[in-house]
Design a protein around this ligand. Sequence first.
Ligand code: PMP
Length: 430
Amino acid sequence: MKAYKELGKEELLALREDLNKQYEEAKAKGLKLDMSRGKPSSAQLDMEKDFLGMVISDADVTTETGVDCRNYGLLDGIPEAKKLLADMLGVSPDNVIVFGNSSLSVMYDTVARSMVLGVLGNTPWCKLDKVKFLCPVPGYDRHFAITEQFGIEMINIPMSENGPDMDLVEKYVEEDPAVKGIWCVPKYSNPQGYTYSNETVKRFAALRPAAEDFRIFWDNAYAIHDLYEDKSDDLLEILSECEKAGNPDMVYEFCSTSKVTFPGAGIAGIVASAANIAQIKAVMTIQTIGYDKLNQLRHVKYFKNIEGMRAHMMKHAQIIRPKFEAIENVLSEELGELKIGSWTKPVGGYFISFDAMEGCAKEIVQKCKEAGVVLTGAGATFPYKKDPQDSNIRIAPTYPSEEELRVATDLFVLCVKLVSVEKLLKSMEA
Ligand code: PMP
């Protein structure tokens, strides 16, 4: 098959007619499929039966230090849960606080605390005329929603396979004191599945921010979410890199077990320097009496240690991997030679990122929706939901079954073809 751009008008018109026919047939099937959010499938959730059924016996409710998890105490988490999260991220348990069931709420609180109370004695951000955040794009819509809600101005930073454009990051961070933060998903990024290179991490650690209270928001949501045993990405540990570079306080790292055990019922954590941890704990003392230590204990008893957790992640991988591969196969078979889109081939995480021809993403997502396949809204991967190229679409392969996924991907490629042909025809008329 020739690249679509090489086709003449007559060929394109004939192609459109054929694709339209296929589309109407697909629509008549009355599909009802959802590829919009990065949710585990029920097969993955069913794997956790033992976890759910695990009743912690009365004799079993104390931490290794003898604290009764049924009672108040240990505001910053039980020691063995700190160790589990620390091992997940390659840091010391002293740098960890264990929170409740969602890392997103920890990120929200971190921005809110900085707004209202300030960062380590600096002026609260809400008292400043302007606060800006850098946003590597495409990125995670819920990050952008937080900064948007607080009226923080968001600046797009293009991503590459190695991470954000560091020349731009350095320029903004080192020249503009209103730049207070950057959202990062450094491993298996949402949505591209890219992992920041060692050089990128080192350049982050070596930043010389114009603002003393500039912080890197390092959302390591997919730290152990490899798809393959024999090929995985490695991410340099940033806290120690920042320390080495003389910037110990510059990073807040976030994580959770939402996609290890249960979304919404896992444990979340923050990793930071001693000074940052002390400030966060001081605020927590006012904010809460403590989080669910029984859930923390349940996680530790279920996995035992990081090796147990990693082995468990390979079981997830067995379920998820074929789905990623099925999508990759359909995309490369159907679109490989047409030159109307490109996509990422991650070896971990929860997403594939697809870039359509400029000006086509919204229409593709709309057409899929009309035929019963829901995708993440076009634009959602950019601040203010505005993709300047209207080209990026996030594909979330995990939730549908393999069979459903094939049907959904077939429809997706059909819509990509149809919208691209229409776009090319329009550009001929113009
Ligand atoms: N960060 C990223 C990058 C995510 O993709 C997600 C889930 N989609 C989250 C955070 C949410 O994590 P949690 O369930 O711990 O709030």
